[in-house]
Design a protein around this ligand. Structure first.
Ligand SMILES: [Zn+2]
Length: 295
């Protein structure tokens, strides 16, 4: 593969074409490229009509990602398997920092805002979401504090914790997004995110089921994220497999089996063991965490 002048949207390095993949939802070809410096894999010609991609059908699982069902989660959160994920995320954040009533937490790209609601009801710290479009408006109607871009700027708050769960793969300009997160954090502050780890799939990235070119336009390896975080001003830490990951994987495994509702039967599954096993293959916990801290 020969590098050309098309530069990487994360580090500015030169990139090479990996190949093309047809969208399953939009039947057109998308070209993936890889940065020679930071290994970011990205779509060269992403669709940026976000209000059409992320419409009501998308959030109901009838759009570019058939595995999500934000509507069911929002309608019946206590019976949704998504609660396993929220539980796991809170456990992970608790192991990284103290959560008390004064803690300010922003869930960046919060979708339907259900993690925000869950944290408000179960943790008791100050949390707000950030989201755009119709899904944000419906969350606000339900009383969930979800801010739009302008409100976020006007609020002038800074946060102790920022989370971005399965968000970074959707953004076309990751350097800008990481810079924005850095600015939103207090010093000291902590940035925790989840995104698919492209490293185990490096040689077959176009065949990876996560590679959905309409929506997953930036794919990262742990080293890609380390570079992106440092470039944005963060220090990084590598906490590895924290206990909450078992619950995060519990949700992911069930979601991939197209299960939506929680069942007591699932409690019989050895999730701690299974979570570690799946992490060994997928490596979500191999990503670094971003720390903003005093010089
Ligand atoms: Zn790069």
């Amino acid at each position: 593969m020969k590098a050309d002048m098309l530069s990487c949207p994360l580090c500015g390095g030169s990139s090479s074409e990996i190949g093309t993949k047809q969208g399953q939802w939009r039947k057109k070809d998308y070209t993936y490229r890889r940065c020679g410096d930071c290994s970011l894999a990205f779509v060269e010609n992403p669709d940026c009509d976000f209000s059409e991609i992320y419409d009501d059908d998308y959030y109901a699982g009838n759009g570019a990602d058939p595995l999500i069902d934000y509507c069911f989660e929002a309608k019946d959160p206590k019976r949704s398997i998504r609660e396993y994920e929220w539980h796991g995320i809170v456990e992970i954040i608790r192991s990284l920092t103290d959560l008390d009533p004064k803690t300010r937490w922003l869930d960046f790209g919060c979708g339907n805002g259900e993690l925000v609601r869950y944290v408000r009801e179960n943790v008791g710290c100050e949390i707000k979401g950030f989201e755009e479009g119709a899904i944000a408006r419906s969350a606000v109607k339900k009383g969930i504090p979800v801010l739009g871009r302008e409100e976020l700027a006007r609020l002038g708050w800074q946060f102790d914790v920022v989370t971005a769960l399965d968000v970074l793969e959707h953004v076309p300009h990751p350097a800008e997004t990481l810079g924005e997160v850095f600015r939103l954090l207090k010093n000291p502050g902590i940035f925790f995110y989840t995104t698919g780890n492209a490293q185990p799939f490096r040689n077959r990235i176009l065949k990876w089921s996560y590679t959905r070119p309409e929506i997953h336009i930036s794919l990262y390896e742990p080293e890609t994220m380390r570079r992106g975080l440092v470039q944005a001003g963060f220090d990084v830490s590598w906490p590895g497999y924290l206990p909450g990951y078992s619950s995060v994987y519990r949700h992911k495994i069930l979601k991939n089996l197209s299960v939506r509702r929680r069942r007591t039967l699932f409690d019989l599954v050895p999730w701690r063991f299974l979570g570690r096993l799946v992490d060994w293959k997928l490596g979500l916990s191999r990503f670094p965490v971003g720390l903003k801290r005093h010089d």
